[in-house]
Design a protein around this ligand. Structure first.
Ligand code: 1GP
Length: 243
């Protein structure tokens, strides 16, 4: 079964999942091992790999270590085409549909297509939506796009519906890494009730309470990165909310 079929099946059955986001720049091999061990014990469903910048060359070693030592699938969540890596299992092929930057909607994909076609990566076409979350986030700055205002649920709903109609198999609403405020609950509820593809929510989820709020509102997968870099034990507490 592909990762996408499993995700779709679990989303339909209401089985919630969580992804631990690894930004390779923020880890050393020992700290990665520790986070990975805690993640496995906490029942993490995926390791997502990515970040707005990647300045070290450790990503390949980290992915290799995770593949050799755990059974948790590795999914690329690339900030740019330099983060492509065929040691992973799958890639969120992100089209930044909340923005109007053609490079992020289709340009980078054209450049990456031959590499992806030749790789064994499972391609997960994803409508990626940035949601305004207080202060400017790295992803908004680096992508040169304006996030959807956090009080404009209807814009988020129409954007997600359009993404689904274009054939994107996942919607990922992201407040941005380390966001001051996560994606609002009312926005998650409305997007969930207007679309039928699995919904991923991330950005600023740093407590079990915020994880629970996103899941209850309709998130099928939540993504946690920043909070874990600061305190890996957060994974255990969030894992217990989910499973
Ligand atoms: C960022 O959604 C991810 O793109 C995760 O956000 O790092 O705030 O958990 P955090």
């Amino acid at each position: 079964m592909t990762l996408y079929s499993a995700l779709q099946k679990d989303a339909r059955a209401g089985k919630k999942k969580f992804a631990v986001l690894i930004d390779a720049d923020k880890y050393t091999l020992p700290s990665l091992r520790k986070a990975a061990e805690i993640s496995v014990k906490a029942g993490a469903d995926y390791f997502f790999f990515g970040g707005s910048l990647l300045t070290s060359d450790s990503q390949t070693d980290f992915i290799t270590w995770i593949k050799d030592n755990t059974a948790v699938p590795v999914v690329l969540f690339p900030g740019n085409s330099q983060q492509l890596n065929n040691k992973a299992d799958a890639i969120l092929l992100l089209s930044l549909i909340s923005g109007r930057n053609p490079d992020m909607l289709i340009g980078r994909h054209v450049i990456s297509a031959p590499f992806l076609k030749a790789s064994k990566l499972e391609i997960l076409p994803t409508g990626y939506m940035l949601i305004e979350s207080g202060r400017m986030t790295s992803v908004a700055y680096m992508s040169g796009t304006t996030p959807i205002p956090s009080n404009k649920d209807e814009i988020a709903v129409c954007t997600a519906m359009a993404g689904e109609m274009l054939g994107l198999g996942l919607i990922y609403m992201d407040a941005g890494s380390g966001a001051q405020n996560p994606v609002p609950v009312s926005m998650i509820e409305k997007v969930k009730s207007s679309t039928s593809v699995p919904l991923i929510i991330g950005g600023g989820i740093n407590t079990p309470l915020k994880a629970k709020a996103a899941l209850n509102a309709g998130a099928d997968v939540i993504v946690v990165g920043n909070a874990i870099e600061k305190d890996p034990s957060v994974i255990t507490r969030i894992g217990s909310v989910i499973h």
